[in-house]
Design a protein around this ligand. Sequence first.
Ligand SMILES: [Zn+2]
Length: 363
Amino acid sequence: MNIARWLKLCIVASISLVLAIQSPIYTASATREVADDPVQSAESAESAESTESVGAEVKPMAAIYAERRALLEQASQATGIPWTTLAAIDQYERSITVANPKKRTPSKGLIGIYYSDQEWAGMLNPNPQDTDIRSIAIFGGKGRDGSGDGVADRGNDLDLLSTMASRLLGVGTSPDKLRKALSSYYRNARAVERIEQFIKLYENFDRLDLHEHAFPLPRRSIYSYRSTWGANRSWGGARMHEGTDLFAGHGSPVRSTCYGIVEVKGWNNYGGWRIGLRDLNNVYHYYAHLSGYDKSIKQGDIVQPGQVLGWVGSSGYGKPGTQGKFPPHLHFGLYRDNGKTEWSFDPYPSLRRWEQEDRQRSK
Ligand SMILES: [Zn+2]
């Protein structure tokens, strides 16, 4: 079989993923966000950073995680909302800002919860930058003072957390009540699903520092891949190849590329035995054509970088169990969620970086 045919099969696999994503559970009726520049934002979103700007300072990520955790704990003590819930909302909001760079200004502080001028100050407030809690209240703005300095400042982390908490606290702090509050706040089933996934990750690991990645194949295995993003765009007149094909021997271990949750697992007519993980950047990691899964892996499970998920195979392109219609390889795709929809972006640069990071770590 020639390369053109492999690519065709993979393109079909990509289409079927998109169809799966568009299942009814994801068709939220009303959402707060709309896509603006998917390609550009996806590029910037996946850059691996060891530092981040906070105000005028550039700080190492370890310090940022520690300070952010302290703030979240402080807000948790004041409100009774678990720090993991506040952390999940904060991280979800940050991911939505990354995916909508033209609509949302990134936070300069440690907390990434976003409010527009109108949301914060109130729709008809003549001063969209208002920080006066009395006039904000008069105009029905959401802005609150959480730091106790008498002003409601969107640049203040505690004010942001307090404002979010006050929206959630109306109904109570039990997991059920908080889910209800999140549903009415976001009016978007996807957003609530993401936040609950993030809560699970934070509860499981009890830390914020969960952004390490790994290459999907073991460092010492024999494999080859090249950038095949967008290849064969004209095939079928519809979609391009949404991923990277990694060629490796049948039965080579396939590993988790992230700290994440198993969102999808099972047969798909084109992707064969496939698995999809959601990470804390709100990126979906999609693996297709496996020969099988590690027995311990179930939908909803938490996984970590390097953990074996299954094995390279040639499954797909037919009814369940079909295999061998093309040479064994791993089709790997990355999809970003902007709160409303998902789109694929080229995984090749990320794969190259994770491969290098694996090599560095093993030195
Ligand atoms: Zn492919």
